[in-house]
Every structure is written in structure tokens, then in C-alpha cells.
Design a protein around this ligand. Structure first.
Ligand code: NAD
Ligand code: UFG
Length: 342
């Protein structure tokens, strides 16, 4: 089976390509490298010992998509490509709507033309907004998101449903990720934002490697067990494995459905700091500051539907997540130092 992975050199995409190759899928990646570096490709090949086809290009480029679909017998697509920073999307809404929506529309158009009607799409728990009840189930209401990034996910989910309603030979798995953290055990793949990170784990890691001085904890007066925000953190390799199950599911002609990918457990910001310190034997200096506007108190998934329909559930625990995140950061820093010397 041949799978096209858009955004396959990115954080979640690269881990998924590893799992696809390990499961003997043939893989083709398209990525414009707007958020990741070309060396990821060699690292994936090193980890798996397998080769795959890479197109450096933009999913908005319809002629390139035409070329890819004409020259390869593709069975299904996993669509990761897109911009994902909440704060940036508020400042640059046109850029976000343009990239996330146009790439998806072009992709679906070319897929339809070539009768490749199997797709797995990266959505987000952000579509639930401020949850009415916990844990969050797929049946809960999707709200209008509070930022342009989240809105693109709500809109794309809607577009995919409309496509299915117009032609029910499509098979579409919409995956709503909770909070992916962690890295590949090899330390070769992980998340390493160039700028000051917005998300909790990349920030903690940069404090641990002394690139940043101190973590700011955004509020300790939420109605949660210790007052800090609670999230459902999931190991990125577990998430990647969820995509293999989702691909199997779409290839069995199951129509359209939506699945939460999380662990079903909520951890607070202080839980994450304490476990990071304990398992990596390192101190994370932090200060409590005001709440971050737009943040919700608590969010974790009901994961029973993914277990029932996809036969998937997470395996890694918080110890793995904090250790693997730090391991990647150290290896990555060492590699960068070596590159600067030679
Ligand atoms: P990422 O930025 O690491 O990966 C996205 C990849 O897509 C990058 O390699 C980038 O170069 C590429 N890309 C972007 N626009 C493109 C385009 N027009 N054409 C070709 N390539 C393009 O992000 P990620 O964390 O791996 O996220 C993957 C997907 O999952 C995204 O759609 C994101 O919105 C979604 N998601 C991520 C999270 C998270 O916390 N990481 C949570 C929920 C959903
Ligand atoms: N936090 C801090 N300090 C920081 C960063 C975060 O205290 O420097 C706290 C936040 O207040 C929150 C928790 O850590 O309580 C997690 O915050 P993240 O920014 O890591 O994650 P979010 O849950 O806010 O959002 C993430 C992605 C969204 C996605 C959502 C659900 O950024 O794109 O998960 O998948 F929609």
C-alpha cells in the first residue's frame, strides 16, 4: 500500500512516517520545509533502514500534486501539512486560512480526480473550545474556535463532511489530537521550535538545556487539583501509531468518522514540571504569572471510541514522555554543537 504523507518531515508527520515504514507501507512525502529541516529525511531513513520518495514542494501547488498523483499509485493520504501556532494565527489570519484551507481543498480536488478517496486528517482538541464536561467525547459539540488556527480545523472538518455527503465512496478519518509531547526513543526525531516556544514541553526543555532561564506558569488559580491548567499529554509515538490504525480503518471502506487521540488522563502544569525534574534529575526554575488569555482550565479525552473502532490506545506514560523529550533536546544540542565545530 502506498501512502502520501503531507507535512511528513514535521513533528508528528516524521514519527508517523517511521511507523508507516516499520509497518511495510510505501511512503511518499510532500513538504515545503517551512517548519522543518531536510535532515529529518536522513534521520527517518537511519531509524527505519528504509527509503521513501520525497517531494520538496507546497500542497497549495496543484500542478505538483497532479504530478505526484499521476506518477504514483497512491492508495491513501495522511494530511498533516499546515500552520499550527495559535498566537501567530491571531496576528496573521490570512496566512493561516490561505495555507490550511487552500492546501486541503487542492489536495481533495486532485485526490478526487485521481479516484484516491481515502484520507486521514489532523484535527485538534481545540475544536471543542471550553469543554462543557469531562472527559471530552467525540459526540460533544464542536464550537466556533477562539482563534483563526482552530477555526481552520473546524472549517476543514466541515469541508471533509461535505465532500463525504456529496460522494460517499470517500473514506475519511478525522483525528482530534490532544497535547502531543515526547520524541522518538533514538533521540533523532522530536520537536525543536526555532523561536521562543509557546507550548509547555518545548519551553520546559529549553529551560532544562539552559537556552531559557525560567518557565512562566500561566495561572495557579484554576479550578483544578493544584490550580494550574490540566491537559491530556500524549506521546508522539503513540499518536503516530494511531495513524497506522486510522489508515487501516479508512482502507477498509468505513466512510467518515472522528476520533479523539489522547490518553484519557489529565496532568497539571505542576505535574509535568515535577515529573520532568524527577525523571531527568534536573531542576526547572519557574514562576507563577497571570493566566494566559484564551486558556481553558482542564481538558482530557474520552478515548473509548478510538479503542472500540480503531483498536488503538496509548502505551507510553508520563515518565517516557518527559525522558524522551529531554533526551531528544540533549542529542539535538550536541549535534548542533558538532555542526558548528566542523
Ligand atoms: P509541524 O509544523 O511540525 O509539521 C507540519 C509540516 O507541514 C511542516 O514540516 C511544514 O513544513 C509542512 N507544511 C506546512 N504547510 C505546508 C504546505 N502548504 N505545503 C507543504 N508542506 C507544508 O506540525 P505538527 O506538530 O507535526 O502538526 C501536524 C498537524 O497536526 C498540523 O496540521 C497541526 O495543526 C496538527 N495538530 C498539531 C498539534 C500539536 O500540538 N503539535 C495538535 C493538534 C493538531
Ligand atoms: N503553559 C504554561 N507555561 C507555558 C506554556 C504553557 O504554564 O510557557 C500551560 C498552559 O497555560 C496550559 C498548559 O501549559 O495550561 C498547556 O499549554 P500548551 O500551550 O502546551 O498547550 P494548549 O493546551 O494550550 O494548546 C495545545 C496546542 C493547540 C491545540 C491544543 C489541543 O498549542 O494548538 O493543544 O490539542 F489546539
Amino acid at each position: 500500500m502506498k501512502i502520501l504523507v503531507t507535512g511528513g518531515t514535521g513533528y508528528i508527520g516524521s514519527h508517523t512516517v517511521v511507523e508507516l515504514l516499520n509497518n511495510n507501507y510505501e511512503v511518499i512525502v510532500i513538504d515545503n520545509l517551512s517548519n522543518f529541516k531536510i535532515d529529518v529525511i536522513d534521520k527517518i531513513k537511519k531509524i527505519t533502514g528504509k527509503d521513501f520518495l520525497f517531494y520538496r514542494g507546497d500542497v497549495r501547488d496543484e500542478s505538483l500534486l497532479e504530478k505526484i498523483f499521476s506518477s504514483n499509485n497512491i492508495d491513501a493520504v495522511i494530511h498533516f501539512a499546515g500552520y499550527k501556532a495559535v498566537g501567530e494565527s491571531v496576528k496573521k489570519p490570512i496566512m493561516y486560512y490561505q495555507n490550511n484551507l487552500i492546501s486541503t481543498l487542492n489536495l481533495c480536488k486532485v485526490m478526487s480526480k485521481h479516484a484516491v478517496k481515502n484520507i486521514v486528517f489532523s484535527s485538534s482538541a481545540t475544536v471543542y473550545g471550553n469543554p462543557q464536561k469531562l472527559p471530552i467525547s467525540e459526540k460533544d459539540k464542536v464550537i466556533s474556535a477562539t482563534n483563526p488556527y482552530g477555526e481552520t480545523k473546524v472549517m476543514i472538518e466541515r469541508i471533509l463532511k461535505d465532500i463525504y455527503n456529496s460522494d460517499n465512496t470517500w473514506n475519511i478519518a478525522i483525528l482530534r489530537y490532544f497535547n502531543p509531547i515526547g520524541a522518538h526513543k533514538s533521540g533523532l526525531l522530536g520537536e525543536n521550535p526555532n523561536d521562543i516556544p509557546n507550548n509547555l514541553m518545548p519551553y520546559i526543555v529549553k529551560v532544562a538545556t539552559q537556552e531559557l532561564k525560567k518557565l512562566s506558569v500561566f495561572g495557579n488559580d484554576y479550578n483544578t487539583k493544584d490550580g494550574t491548567g490540566v491537559r491530556d499529554y500524549i506521546h508522539v509515538v503513540d499518536l503516530a501509531k494511531g495513524h497506522i490504525k486510522a489508515i487501516e480503518w479508512v482502507l477498509k471502506n468505513n466512510g467518515i468518522d472522528t476520533f479523539n487521540l489522547g490518553t484519557g488522563r489529565g496532568y497539571s502544569v505542576l505535574d509535568i514540571i515535577n515529573n520532568f525534574e524527577k525523571y531527568n534529575n534536573i531542576k526547572i526554575p519557574y514562576q507563577i504569572v497571570d493566566r494566559r488569555p484564551g486558556d481553558i482550565a482542564e481538558c482530557y479525552a474520552d478515548v473509548s471510541y478510538a479503542k472500540e473502532k480503531l483498536n488503538w490506545s496509548s502505551e507510553y506514560d508520563l515518565e517516557d514522555m518527559v525522558k524522551d523529550s529531554f533526551n531528544f533536546a540533549i542529542k539535538n544540542k550536541q549535534l548542533n554543537l558538532l555542526k558548528n565545530i566542523f
